[in-house]
Design a protein. Structure first.
Length: 154
């Protein structure tokens, strides 16, 4: 299960996330123990307001441990800031109701005057899987974007 830690402090590192999640991963008498498979950091620069937000994606195995992490650590502080933790769902452009099949459908059912999504520049920094910490700019967009392929499956 992939969980997302939303709006984390800028100085958060792998070590901070591992020590934040470690007590829940241990398990107990009636609960399974888990492990962190991967950690990646995302930096979102919001174009309209010129602000920066930081997120972390943590891949936890098995899924039952991921659910336990969400349940116990949601709205808890990391590095002095309270954060939200949720399960991460990959969105795909073909599932978006705003993508219309034909030109005729565009005007008929479109009640939105403008797109409500923020214009962002997304940067991903991988860690825990790769030894080098490289910054890669994934997209600069005002519309849809897709997730990069998993680099472990090359």
């Amino acid at each position: 299960m992939i969980i997302i830690l939303k709006k984390i402090p800028a100085n958060t590192s792998d070590y901070h996330i591992e020590t934040f999640i470690a007590p829940i991963l241990k398990g107990g008498l009636f609960s399974a123990s888990g492990r962190i498979e991967n950690i990646s950091f995302w930096t979102y620069k919001i174009v309209q307001s010129n602000t920066v937000e930081y997120y972390a994606l943590v891949d936890i195995e098995p899924d039952s441990v991921g659910e336990r992490v969400i349940k116990r650590l949601n709205k808890k502080p990391i590095n002095g800031k309270y954060i939200a933790i949720q399960e991460y769902h990959v969105r795909h452009w073909s599932n978006d109701k705003r993508v219309f099949k034909s030109v005729v459908d565009r005007g008929k059912n479109n009640k939105r005057k403008a797109d409500r999504r923020r214009k962002i520049i997304k940067t991903e920094k991988k860690s825990r899987v790769e030894e080098t910490r490289s910054e890669i700019t994934i997209s600069s967009h005002s519309g849809f974007w897709t997730e990069p392929r998993d680099r472990r499956t090359k």
